[in-house]
Design a protein around this ligand. Structure first.
Ligand SMILES: [Zn+2]
Length: 232
């Protein structure tokens, strides 16, 4: 059985996520509108100087194929308008963008269409990853609205940090498509990977009035609410 996964963003997070998912049985669609720039190379480990000015998505797709995986690279922006075309057959969508609007758009689309999703973010020395699934609290339940956050390009993030966060995102995605719901609806927060590799695990209840959950085919309000944090 083939599992179809869309990765939105072929940069610092998208690279390690895609390369980690280069394996038999998984078909990747990698979506990114950008081209490789010199300033990307230190944290986008999948690219070399030979890739400068090339579109990121097909270059990353080729790197996946070179490792025995199946991937197509699409040079486009993933938006609510292009979502059905780009991800209509996807079992799971991974946000690896650094756009708050894109993260919410992916989560909202996945909830409305009953799909699995993973939202990843890295900043400075840490990051967080949310695993989403039908029937549990969603990304918008927790964060409500996009806020102006410093982007990776502005605030700086290290290559090893995005590689680590990307690896976690890929692992959560693999778990979800294999039916493991241990982290479904949870946010794993890594505050500072230099100091501690163990995440805070935040589990939260579906938020009454959440407009995304209101459109979900499987209501998260039917599930018994959980509201606690594990770890520190
Ligand atoms: Zn919600």
């Amino acid at each position: 059985m083939t599992t179809r996964i869309t990765i939105v963003g072929a940069g610092g997070l998208g690279g390690p996520i895609a390369l980690s998912l280069a394996r038999p049985g998984i078909e990747l669609t990698i979506v990114d509108h950008d081209t490789v720039e010199l300033s990307n190379l230190h944290r986008q480990l999948q690219f070399t100087a030979a890739d400068l000015e090339r579109p990121k998505a097909p270059v990353l797709a080729a790197a996946v194929a070179a490792r025995g995986g199946a991937a197509r690279g699409v040079v486009a922006r993933w938006t609510p308008d292009s979502a059905d075309e780009l991800s209509g057959d996807a079992d799971l969508v991974i946000d690896a963008s650094d756009s708050p609007d894109t993260k919410f758009a992916i989560a909202d689309w996945a909830v409305a269409n009953g799909r699995l999703y993973v939202v990843a973010a890295a900043l400075r020395y840490g990051g967080n990853v949310m695993a989403g699934a039908p029937g549990v609290a969603c990304y918008r339940c927790l964060f409500e609205e996009p806020v102006e956050a410093p982007s990776c390009a502005d605030a700086g993030v290290l290559g090893p940090v995005v590689a680590a966060i990307g690896g976690v995102a890929a692992a959560l995605a693999l778990g979800l498509v294999q039916g493991d719901r241990a982290y479904a609806g949870a946010l794993l927060a890594f505050d500072d990977l230099r100091a501690l590799a163990e995440p805070r695990i935040l589990r939260f209840a579906a938020r009454p009035g959440c407009p995304a959950c209101a459109r979900a085919p499987i209501s998260p309000f039917a599930a018994p609410p959980v509201l606690y944090a594990e770890g520190r």
